[in-house]
Design a protein around this ligand. Structure first.
Ligand code: ADA
Length: 565
């Protein structure tokens, strides 16, 4: 499955398949390595992460992947990478063509093919933690940091003037009015002749000046239908040049707030769903299509209308499928519990801003994405971090004024930025990381905790601002049933999730719930895992192999049957 946008006139190929591989280990230094002398002694799958395979499981170090590729001489090429980790440098015929330091980001490298037809592409992947080189991923994050290609690769032969993206913005739901922002690159003439066709309708021809590599025009989609979670109608637009064509898919819809309610096309929608990691024990962060479909079937079966993509930019194929299925998505850039010191280093700040900008660029046309987030559980209560929060919020609003801005805070008191975002989001685990540690089943901490938070919002003047419980959960080890209904039992988790679902459904003040989390996922492999049995974050409603726990039926009943206030 190729994710949108599609390029029908170009020669391009998927580079997914079996690549030559060598693991050079923990001591290897890329700067002193002579790539010509390296022997490749293994084969691995791309996409794929080496450190989940039996031979290299849990290893950290430098690895090289190699593929022989054919491409015509003297041509502009583009390598599209869906997402890597943790760090990568690509070499074309031995010459560096680009470095990737943003784990999970979809990136593109443009370079010249050079002489000849047969070429060698080598991509060095490093999964060692290094805050200077990969500032966005640290060892203390509560999910495993894999090394390799999280998502697929494509190689495109570019015409002299090529199409980058067409950003489609809904202007008017009543008439199907949209604005198109066509972005071109390469040798761009001052004036372009191009065609625009919606769906399978006849193409319209235009001639327009190009300003700063962009052409903007307003059109109406013929025979349009609006997109909503209940009726996820999608349209396509194809823009054609003499030697290039791009097809983007989009939905006509608006996102807004009305007091505490989040609205799609002006209609209130209570968000009900899950936080979801891209994770599986056999594939790490790589998601084969059957797994994507399986996860989406479970989410729909549970009665969810909402997914929080935790804690990084999402796989574009997942977002395409959410567009089709009408699931609403919160997409966020990578961060996890970063300290104010870390967040304020220039390298972290720069990487955070670059990834947020890139995420918006990549996901701009997905109607499913309604919320942009960043830096999960960051230092939002520290005045010294205000600069970074302000700059990310304003960056998001500048790049995309059509969606809502939020971030998941874990400061129920003293958060400094609730007033600046569209939606207040709180991660909280009363009843699990309980206040009263001696109480056997501290379920009665749950409701007062959130009632108290709502009162605080009221007192601080945010009483009518949308508020989402962006994480809440309890660990349960699949198959461990316990008459004591103790912590880690399926019974206790089921009671906890039932309690929070009922609470959210009863209260109009709560705009949404993203349960932590959809499926169990691997995390720390060191002593950091002392509160993570089996080194898995097992607050999943399904285990890591997607076996539903007892809580599944409770959540399903709540989301599907209990009417929401
Ligand atoms: C945090 C964090 C999650 C996860 C969770 C937990 O809120 O955002 O990634 O670590 O806690 O399981 O405790």
């Amino acid at each position: 499955m190729n994710a949108y946008p599609l390029f029908s006139k170009r020669i391009w190929r998927s580079l997914d398949g079996i690549w030559d591989f060598v693991f050079l280990g923990e001591q290897a230094d890329l700067t002193t390595l002579d790539l010509k002398t390296v022997g490749f002694d293994d084969l691995l799958s791309v996409p794929g992460v080496f450190d989940v395979t039996p031979k290299y499981a849990g290893r950290r170090g430098l690895a090289l992947y190699r593929l022989r590729v054919e491409a015509p001489p003297a041509r502009r090429l583009k390598l599209r990478l869906g997402g890597i980790g943790l760090w990568a440098r690509a070499y074309w015929d031995g010459q560096p063509i680009g470095t990737l330091d943003l784990p999970y980001s979809g990136e593109e490298l443009v370079f010249a093919s050079g002489p000849g037809i047969e070429h060698t592409l080598v991509i060095a992947i490093d999964n060692r933690f290094n805050v200077q080189r990969t500032p966005l991923f640290s060892q203390f994050y509560d999910f495993y940091a894999y090394g390799g290609f999280y998502r697929g690769l494509e190689l495109h032969e570019l015409p002299d003037c090529s199409l980058e993206r067409v950003r489609v913005t809904t202007r008017d739901l009543a008439t199907g009015g949209v604005s198109l922002d066509i972005e071109v690159s390469g040798e761009v003439p001052p004036h372009l002749d191009f065609s625009v066709a919606f769906d399978r309708q006849a193409a319209m021809r235009f001639s327009r000046p190009v300003i700063d590599r962009h052409i903007r025009l307003d059109l109406a989609v013929p025979d349009f239908k609006c997109w909503s979670p209940e009726t996820p109608h999608l349209h396509t637009v194809t823009v054609g040049l003499a030697n290039d064509a791009i097809t983007e898919r989009f939905g006509l819809r608006t996102v807004s707030v009305d007091g505490p309610h989040i609205c799609i096309n002006g209609k209130h929608h209570k968000l009900l769903g899950y936080c979801r990691h891209e994770a599986h024990p056999e594939f790490g962060p790589v998601q084969p299509l059957p797994l994507l479909i399986e996860d989406l079937q479970y989410l729909k079966d549970l009665g969810c209308n909402f997914v929080r993509g935790c804690h990084y930019p999402q796989d574009q194929r997942f977002l395409d499928l959410c567009d089709q299925l009408g699931l609403l998505v919160w997409e966020e850039s990578l961060g996890w519990g970063n300290s104010v010191e870390q967040a304020n280093t220039p390298a972290f700040r720069d990487a955070q801003e670059r990834q947020t900008r890139r995420m918006i660029h990549n996901s701009i046309n997905h109607p499913c994405v309604i919320l942009w987030g960043f830096m999960n559980e960051g230092p939002s209560a520290q005045p010294e971090a205000a600069g970074l929060y302000d700059s990310l919020i304003s960056l998001i609003r500048t790049e995309d004024p059509t969606r809502l801005v939020t971030y998941a805070s874990f400061h129920s008191q003293g958060d400094l930025h609730f007033g600046k975002v569209d939606v207040i989001s709180l991660n909280a685990y009363p009843g699990w990381y309980a206040m009263d540690r001696e109480k056997v089943r501290p379920l009665d901490e749950v409701r007062p905790h959130f009632d108290d938070f709502i009162r605080q919002l009221e007192a601080r003047g945010y009483g009518s601002k949308p508020f989402i419980i962006s994480e809440f959960g309890a660990g349960a080890i699949w198959g461990w049933r316990d008459r004591f209904r103790a912590h880690w039992s399926e019974e206790y988790q089921a009671e906890m999730l039932d309690t929070i679902c009922r609470y959210v459904l009863e209260r109009p003040r709560v705009s949404g719930l993203a349960l932590w989390h959809f499926a169990d996922a691997r995390t720390y492999t060191s002593a950091l895992a002392l509160v993570r049995p089996r080194t898995i974050n097992d607050k999943g409603t399904l285990d890591e192999y997607r076996r539903p726990k007892l809580a599944y039926d409770y959540v399903r009943r709540a989301f599907r049957i209990i009417p929401s206030a």
